[in-house]
Design a protein around this ligand. Structure first.
Ligand code: ADP
Length: 504
């Protein structure tokens, strides 16, 4: 590392806000600017964003962060971009005007298009080629929805006047003043039309959605010199020479930002829900229990894959105790309930507010609390809600271990709820992994920064990055195996009873 006075600027374009974070050569944050943007909800279950607003705020946060850090563009070595995945934008390549709002990943307006394909029995075909399932989350059905619902767009697309991009692609196109239309493997792998085995847009799958190939971006490794930030010359003339050196979807970025470079290394993000990704190296592992198979990243001529699973309710169980039950005022107050040797009092809390995800897959299950006695207090119930996240995350990881054959030795943790030491220790007690909480919990931005840094030679290797990766705390198992098995057995019985109750 020979770039002491140089910095990497990252854009973290998320679902509710856009941030610019500038990192120094020791991976410390020197400036951060964050701005929230409008959530447009035209109908129940629809979520859209205004891409032009996102672009303007992106530029604004870059300006703010540069001012805060008091830096010139000559100090910036590269730009990295990480983004909310799957969110879909179509725009006119001649005018730059978007033809419709960005349709956000969680938006359900293309459900009928997906139902139609599922009815035709195509799920298995899509799963084999893309690692995903047919679902409105992914970009392809959103593209078709715009074709079906916005006048002239399909005709213009056939004439070659329309471009498609996920947010990374749109920002890249804007930053390079319309010169570069590209994406990376991780983002392409979330579209439902990218063949993750052959690493190419899949003609057969494209046909099912009537998507013409010419609207699609070129796909490159996640670490790559995509272009130069010519659109930022109004901030500083020298930006026209600053390379955009990484693009990567947010969850995969967090996996990289957690230094999960090796086979079996896993990250778990404890936010509203819980997102878990395991690095499966060069192996494409298909799941029978509802995990997704996805591309982790492409770098140095190699593509790495990952297994992905999610838990619907993690920190939001704490939010419910806070706002619904009014047990405390701030989420962090839940930690005051942790007292004594058995802080949950043997209570199990299954927070199936919206059903249960991997590996149970039951949309109709609803939450339950088990084991209440006359001695049960609100503290016991609060602690049981804290313990629910590690239990559910372990359920996902159990499937990952079984289906991949890799043990989880290393688990990087992040997200708003990961600050809870009791929760992280509980997670360690349920696993045989070294649980690592980094100093910088902005692991998504960190991942884009590490990739950009490797691409421009700011760092030389993953080994060097590991040396700079700052760890705040490590959690190891402090519970004997017998006790652990008892806890897990109790949890499984509680989940089974929750599922059973639904059938009554
Ligand atoms: P998201 O990005 O999904 O909005 P964050 O990563 O910001 O979520 O995390 C916020 C979540 O973390 C909230 O659901 C909140 O209840 C939970 N949370 C915050 N602090 C704590 C804590 N000390 N213990 C447990 N959960 C917490």
């Amino acid at each position: 590392m020979k770039n002491v006075n140089k910095y990497i600027l990252t854009i973290d374009q998320g679902t509710t806000s856009t941030r610019t974070i500038i990192f120094d050569s020791k991976t410390s944050i020197v400036a951060k600017s964050q701005m929230e943007f409008t959530q447009i909800c035209p109908k129940n279950g629809w979520v859209e964003h205004n891409p032009e607003e996102i672009w303007e705020l992106t530029v604004q946060t870059i300006k703010n962060a540069m001012n805060m850090a008091n830096l010139k563009a000559t100090n910036i070595m590269a730009i990295g971009i990480t983004n909310q995945r799957e969110t879909t934008i179509l725009w006119n390549k001649n005018t730059g005007k978007v033809v419709y709002n960005a349709i956000v990943w969680q938006s359900r307006q293309s459900q009928a298009i997906c139902d139609d394909l599922i009815k035709k029995g195509l799920n298995e075909k899509f799963h084999k080629k893309t690692g995903l399932i047919i679902n409105p989350y992914f970009s392809a059905s959103k593209i078709k929805w715009i074709f079906d619902n916005v006048k002239n767009v399909k005709e213009e697309a056939d004439k070659g006047n329309i471009l498609f991009g996920t947010i990374d692609t749109y920002l890249l196109w804007k930053l390079t003043k319309g010169e570069i239309h590209a994406t990376d493997y991780s983002n392409a792998s979330r579209t439902l039309v990218y063949n993750i085995i052959e690493l190419k847009w899949d003609e057969e799958l494209l046909n099912y959605f009537d998507i013409p190939k010419q609207i699609l971006p070129k796909v490159y490794p996640s670490g790559h010199i995509f272009g130069f930030a010519k659109a930022l010359t109004s901030i500083d003339k020298h930006f026209e020479k600053i390379p955009i050196a990484s693009l990567i979807g947010d969850q995969q970025a967090a996996l990289f930002g957690q230094c999960c470079f090796d086979e079996g290394s896993t990250k778990s993000t404890y936010g509203t829900g819980c997102f878990i990704l395991m690095n499966t190296n060069d192996k494409i592992i298909y799941s029978d229990k509802g995990l997704l198979t996805t591309i982790a990243w492409g770098l140095n001529g190699k593509v790495k894959y990952a297994l992905e699973g999610s838990v619907f309710v993690s920190g939001s169980a704490i939010q419910w105790l806070r706002d619904g039950m009014e047990l405390f005022k701030e989420s962090s107050d839940c930690e005051k309930s942790i007292r004594g040797k058995n802080p949950s009092g043997g209570i199990y809390f299954v927070p199936a507010f919206v059903g249960l995800g991997t590996p149970y897959w039951d949309n109709d299950a609803r939450g339950a609390i088990f084991g209440i006695t006359r001695a049960t207090t609100k503290d016991h119930i609060t602690v049981a809600a804290i313990e629910a996240s590690p239990y559910q995350a372990r359920d996902v990881m159990e499937v990952m271990i079984a289906e991949s054959g890799f043990p989880i030795n290393y688990l990087g943790v992040d997200g708003g709820a990961s600050v809870n030491n009791y929760m992280m220790q509980f997670q360690a007690n349920l696993l045989d992994a070294k649980i690592v909480r980094p100093t910088c919990l902005e692991t998504t931005a960190l991942g884009a920064m590490y990739l950009a840094a490797l691409t421009v030679g700011f760092y030389e290797s993953e080994e060097e990055i590991k040396r700079f990766h700052q760890v705040e705390k490590i959690f190891m198992r402090q519970l004997d195996d017998k006790k652990r098995q008892e806890l897990i057995k109790g949890w499984k019985i509680a989940v089974d009873a929750t599922l059973e109750f639904k059938n009554k």
